[in-house]
Each structure stands twice: as C-alpha cells, then as structure tokens.
Design a protein around this ligand. Structure first.
Ligand code: TYM
Length: 328
C-alpha cells in the first residue's frame, strides 16, 4: 500500500489543514503501519500565485517541522520537498500533454482564484497536471485530502486512465481518502466559506502556530446564531455546526455524540470546550515544533525523504518517457 499527499506552503498551516489532511495522515500512519508513505511540501504549487521568495522559503521549513511536530514519524514517512524531486515537473509536462483545456477550465479552484486577479499565472491553470503528476509518479493507492481537492483527484484518475489507455498500463488509479468528519472546516467569521490560510482576516482561521490567547479570542468571536440551541444543521446553523465538527474531530467522537454532550450547554460553555480541545491539540504540537524548526535533524529528514522519493520517481519517469517514445 502506498500513501501520497502534500500541502502547499502558501502560508502557515490552519486547523482546517490539520483536521482535513494531517489528522488523516496520522490515522493512516497507524492503520497501515507497513505502508510506504510519501508526504511532501507542495512548494511548486505555492508559486501559482504571487508569493515573496523569503516568505516561501520560511513557509517550506515551517511546514516540514509542523508535519513532524504533529506526529508524522520520519522513520515511517518520507517527508520531502516537491521541488527537490525534479521528476514531478517532468511528469507534469506529460500530464499537460494528456489533459484537455476544457477539463482544466472546469476546475472549481481555478475558477474561484482567477476572479481575484487580473493577471493569472499559467501555472494556476495547469496546476491540476502537476498535482496529478505528484500522485501518479509514486503509484499511490491512497491519497488523503480534504474535500476541496476531490475534483483534482478525480481529474488525476481520468488522466491516469487516459494515459494507460493510450500507452499501455503505466499508472495505478489512486483512491481518495477523506475523513468522515471535518473534510471541510469552515471560516470562523463567514462559515459558508472554507477556512483558508490565504483569507484576509486572521480571525477567520486558526493557525497551528497561534498563541492560545488568540485562539480563545477567535473561538469566542466565531460567528454562530441567536437561537441558543446546540445541534448540527449545516444549512440553518453553519457557524455552530462548524464548531461541532471541530470538537467532534479533535475529540474523536461522532457529531451525534458531540451534540448529545452539549445539548444542555450554553453557547459560552460550548465555545469554552471547543477552545480547550483546540488548546490541548495545539500545545504539544507547538512545543515539539520549537525544538525542530532550527535543528539539523530536520534537514537530515528532508534529505532522506528526497532520496527515497527520487528512487521511485526516477524509475517511473523513465518508464513513462519510454512508453511515450521520448527516446532514441
Ligand atoms: P492545500 O495546501 O490547499 O491544503 C492541504 C490539505 O489540507 C486540506 N484542507 C482542508 N481540509 C479541511 N478543511 C479546510 N478548511 C481545509 N483547507 C485545506 C486540503 O484539502 C488538502 O488536503 N493541491 C493541494 C496540495 C497538493 C496535493 C498534491 C495533495 C499538491 N499535490 C498531491 C494531495 C496529493 C492543495 O493545494 O492543498
């Protein structure tokens, strides 16, 4: 079994990234302890929108340290930088020569993001090709992602099948892996939008690096409603349902159990419990992070990850080039 996923270093990691992605990595690390794991920092994806180079460099290192601080075990998981394994870009080009323009135009994330800016980088448009390459390069069986990545994953499956059909069996068809609870954590200030590190208001998201006082403030000011009843209904009560989801996920309980637990609580009591469970989650992560961020050990882990990933990637790209006829 091979498990592959990545996170874009376009900012610091949010609680949404933790619940939707990292927590799934940790579950899979336990569940499939004999699997091979490739979890990378999707740094090439971060330059699809403008980003300061120093900031990018800082974010990359921070995400690497955060992966480990959250509990990824470098003995079981290969952690590496996407940009350090050059086959990602090579296969991405092959994917560009496999996908159709119409398919890329239909990508929701592209359609959303292109509205924000007059000048859109070409790489934002071809982004799903690189993502497909990230996955197919390693013959991933399982790809743990939040629900906002489902469409990209579906396209990856389509491209793999198309390539296999055109050139003979080359790629495994990967399966997505989503958490039952929390595959889309919403903004705290506008709970019909996804919690995202790129949002303007820092009140809308919780960063894994936020100090606990500001976490408390953000949870207390999170938008809810006025009917003072605690139950899950994403349509009628999006803010409250989002907080229930966060609590349920971090306490490893179902939504039903969580609703029952807080049935007779006030919103203030409930928010207090939500804050506490977030604080309990973040405190050990932040402590471990501090010991890692400037360590040489972190570089050793990334070097090893790069080496292991390259071994597989080099063979795969050779096979692909051969099949396509890029040879003499
Ligand atoms: P990115 O960096 O936007 O997000 C990283 C992961 O976090 C999940 N996520 C969320 N889950 C729940 N609630 C949220 N509010 C939330 N925000 C983000 C995302 O679904 C994702 O799983 N294109 C990808 C990175 C990538 C990738 C890959 C992933 C590049 N290549 C190959 C898997 C396999 C992205 O931009 O994720």
């Amino acid at each position: 079994m091979r498990i592959v996923s990545g996170i874009k270093p376009s900012g610091q990691l949010t609680l949404g990234n933790y619940i939707g992605a990292i927590k799934q990595f940790l579950d899979l690390q336990e569940k499939f302890s004999n699997s091979s794991f490739f979890i990378f920092i999707a740094d090439l994806h971060a330059i699809t929108i403008p980003i300061n180079s120093h900031e990018l460099e800082k974010n990359i290192r921070e995400i690497a340290a955060t992966y480990i601080a959250c509990g990824l075990d470098p003995l079981k998981v290969n952690i590496f930088l996407q940009s350090e394994v050059k086959e990602h870009t090579q296969l991405s080009y092959i994917m560009e020569s496999t996908s159709h323009i119409g398919e890329l135009e239909r990508m929701i994330q592209y359609k959303d993001k292109k509205n924000y800016s007059e000048t859109i980088r070409t790489s934002l448009f071809t982004y799903p090709n690189l993502m497909a390459a990230d996955i197919l390069l390693y013959d991933a069986d399982i790809v743990p992602v939040g629900s906002d990545q489902s469409q990209h994953l579906e396209l990856t499956r389509t491209l793999a099948k198309r390539f296999n059909h055109n050139y003979g069996k080359t790629f495994k068809i990967p399966e997505g892996y989503k958490s039952k609870i929390g595959s889309k954590i919403m903004s705290l200030t506008d709970p019909i939008k996804k919690m995202a590190k790129t949002e303007k208001s820092s009140k809308s998201y919780i960063l894994l690096s936020d100090d606990l006082t500001s976490v408390k403030k953000k949870i207390y000011s999170a938008v809810t409603d006025n009917d003072n009843e605690i139950y899950f209904d994403e349509k009628k009560k999006p803010g409250l349902s989002n907080l229930l989801t966060i609590y349920a996920s971090l306490s490893n309980n179902s939504i039903k159990e969580t609703e029952k637990k807080f049935k007779n609580s006030s919103y203030k009591e409930f928010k207090d419990s939500v804050y506490k469970i977030i604080a309990e989650t973040l405190e050990p992560i932040q402590k471990k992070y501090k010991s890692l961020i400037n360590s040489k050990k972190l570089d050793e882990i990334l070097d090893k990850g790069k080496k292991e990933a390259s071994k597989i990637a080099e063979l795969k790209i050779l096979d692909v080039y051969n099949k396509v006829g890029l040879k003499r």
